[in-house]
Design a protein around this ligand. Structure first.
Ligand code: AMP
Ligand code: MN
Ligand code: MN
Ligand code: MN
Length: 278
């Protein structure tokens, strides 16, 4: 039996979205960091789950299946984690395939706008960086870095692709209720990812809870101790699960390494109880 206090990192990204490591490499790093369980929560894709489960079995790291959705609610950018989803679920796979197609079209438009701003990158460069993964702004940022148009990953967001940049293009997102239904339909639990101080917005939190969100991500590199305490207090008040993880992508984009932001294994058990009990 796994020690309920054993550390787990429930928020990682692989090269199936905007990380750079394979699921198996993430599992090996997790084992090296002494983690009992991990969740690879790629943006809009569950393509990495099967490999993660296979590698986890080999390396003795428990895999909590996961996916990270983006949505807009009350004009705020919200991310939702779907934990314990069945990677073979049909409606979830269909919805994710549609989001992937929309991401490709968006990346084309972003590249066009960057070219209009005078930087010579091509859609094929960006697509090659994304591999078979869910293509996004971080791949554009890496193409800009390679082209020498910027000197750091973050500069891409500040100068080109962030909300105030000339090449900003919003992403196609699903409605809150749709995301929660997809997660529930696939047997999972919906958790508000890195809410930060937005957790104090009671009407917003109320809407998420009314839609069926059952947890809040508390430990996260963007949350200082005060924010973590606020979020944990909200989970206690509303009877929610408090999850956490490093949101590791890759070294240059890293605020915390794998295993530097963790939750105890009992949180994994709580997520599975919630997933099974619905
Ligand atoms: P996308 O889903 O294509 O809109 O890309 C969003 C991803 O870009 C996030 O998940 C982060 O990995 C990354 N990102 C967003 N804003 C920034 C930023 N200001 N600096 C660095 N990375 C960012
Ligand atoms: Mn990301
Ligand atoms: Mn996120
Ligand atoms: Mn993330």
């Amino acid at each position: 039996m796994t020690d309920p206090a054993a550390p787990c990192d429930l928020h990682l990204h692989s090269f199936h979205s905007d990380g750079i490591l394979s699921p198996a490499e993430l599992v090996r790093r997790a084992r090296g960091a002494g983690l009992a369980a991990i969740a690879i929560a790629d943006h809009d894709t569950i393509a990495g789950q099967a490999e993660a489960i296979e590698a986890g079995g080999r390396e003795g790291v428990d895999i909590v299946t996961a996916v990270e959705f983006s949505l807009i609610e009350a004009e705020r950018d919200i991310h939702l984690l779907g934990y314990c989803v069945d990677p073979a679920d049909g409606p979830l796979s269909t919805a994710l395939a549609e989001l992937a197609a929309a991401r490709i079209e968006r990346a084309r438009v972003i590249v066009e706008k960057i070219r209009e701003a005078g930087v010579d990158i091509s859609f094929d460069d960006v697509r090659a960086l994304a591999g078979r993964g869910s293509i996004g702004r971080p791949h554009v940022a890496r193409a800009l870095l390679r082209a020498g148009a910027i000197s750091s990953f973050y500069e891409a967001f500040a100068r080109y692709i962030g909300p105030d940049g000339p090449a900003y293009v919003p992403k196609r997102v699903l409605a809150l209720e749709t995301v929660v239904e997809l997660v529930h339909g696939a047997g999972g639990v919906a958790v508000w990812a890195h809410p930060g101080r937005m957790v104090n917005d009671e009407p917003l939190l109320g809407r998420l809870l009314a839609a069926g969100v059952r947890g809040l991500e508390a430990t996260h590199p963007n949350h200082n101790n005060t924010t973590v305490a606020l979020i944990v207090a909200a989970t206690e008040r509303f009877g929610l699960v408090a999850t956490g993880g490093s949101d590791f992508h890759f070294d240059e984009a890293m605020k915390a390494d794998i295993g530097e932001s963790t939750v105890p294994y009992r949180i994994v058990e709580e997520l599975r109880r919630l997933a099974g009990g619905r």
